[in-house]
Design a protein around this ligand. Sequence first.
Ligand code: F6P
Length: 536
Amino acid sequence: MQLDKLRTFAAQAADTRILDLFAQDPDRAQTFSASTGDLLFDYSKTLIDADIRAALIDLCDQAGLAERRDAMFRGDKINETEGRAVLHTALRNLDGGPVEVDGQDVMPEVLDTLQRMRVFAEEVRGGTAQGAGGSFTDVVNIGIGGSDLGPVMATLALAPYHDGPRLHYVSNVDGAHIADTLRELDPTRTLVIVASKTFTTIETMTNARTARAWMLDGGGDPARQFAAVSSAVDKTADFGIPFDRVFGFADWVGGRYSVWGPVGLPVMIAVGSNAFDAFLRGGQAMDVHFRAADWAENMPVMLALVGIWHRQVLGHASRAVLPYDQRLLRLPAYFQQLEMESNGKSVAMDGSALSVPSGPVVWGEPGTNGQHAFYQLIHQGTDVIPCEFMVAAEGHEPELAHHHRLLLANCLAQSEALMRGRSLEEARARMAEKGLQGDALERQARHRVFPGNRPSTTLIYPQLTPFVLGQIIALYEHRVFVEGVLLGINSFDQWGVELGKELATSLGPIVDGDAGTEGKDGSTAALVAYALRHRG
Ligand code: F6P
């Protein structure tokens, strides 16, 4: 990535105040925003000006972004280290135009599986699919990473549309998770969905076996009360899940991109197949936009370029995702996997070392809660943390519209405060108004200075509907893709998770007490010794 020009612009902009850019250009909010459908992405509260944007857009052409994007949608094997196509977009290609992998149209199978999901989901919702004790009151999804975070996030987000059985998610191998979940449930009226792309993930398989034992102990019938979601359908049979309860997907769907297909089954059971279709259509609408819009108007591209500006050019190590939407509680965690597992890499596609920083640390919490926790550092800490705000124009609770107005006001206040700041002179004046003088005034005023000029973006949408949620998720997926292309990395593998898995396997017999700690480092050996000494 050629960043020289952008670095020069960054140096020139070092003394620029974002607020002054608004004074110079009254149309700045319109000029530095992108929209598609009813979504508006405002990046005007950043230092990006026309020259900087042009230089950022040049990066897209230098990296051959259009060709890479078309290759992805075409089904080329752009996930080179795993030799796979990347086609989660096919899962939301509801209009069913052909998509070929190795010369074969994958759409008939995608649509067939989707139809099977719809039928099964409606059977569960309507009570025709039953457990040993009658219709299903509860569904437990067992999965981790991409087989958990997407459906968890979407189920919470779509709570106003949830009219199916209760949904529960178990991911952690910590027995506390499954024990706390199953305690209140009826083993004869609970459906368990085992979701695992590989159907080998140790956490998921351990939890699945525990759930099966619980069901058998409690008089349930696993043959009727288990379903599986996987791209390894042979392994689901070995586990004893009947073939008609298995929903498969191809290896060209990455785990963290899989919520659109069978991994979204629990969401479909919760909200119904029509609402799930609307979610898919939202994703598809973003695909159409991403493929057609010029770079400057292209929302995923501009979101990515803002990310590149802040991370690779200005060097900000993290970015905060701050949805002012309680139902997007798990969106930051979902984006953590999406962005950090995709772009947390230091080797380029060709094996060379990355010459620029990898993707940033992504973190966040919903507002307004975060304001009373970590915003102190965002406003006055020594690190600049670009903030990505999100908010709906209206909520789902018309009787509580005054709550939503407060929520919106707080969201807008934070981005304004970050940009505007408060100077020492302003702080002094406020202290003087309170009657302070001399040293006391000076000391107190210094603590009340806000440096300001801190960048943020805001994504605003009419209401958090299934369609809008689909748009937002696809927006961020494509953002990650664009950033990955510009970095020259493969966003679709995740080799960095392997070493820990291997070491956990080798540590298994050691923490069981069946093997010694020879060959382990002193710290690991001492921690094992402590655990062995202190357990009952
Ligand atoms: O270990 C990381 C990972 O492979 C993720 O990429 C994936 O989403 C998660 O584990 C779960 O994998 P699976 O769906 O195969 O159980």
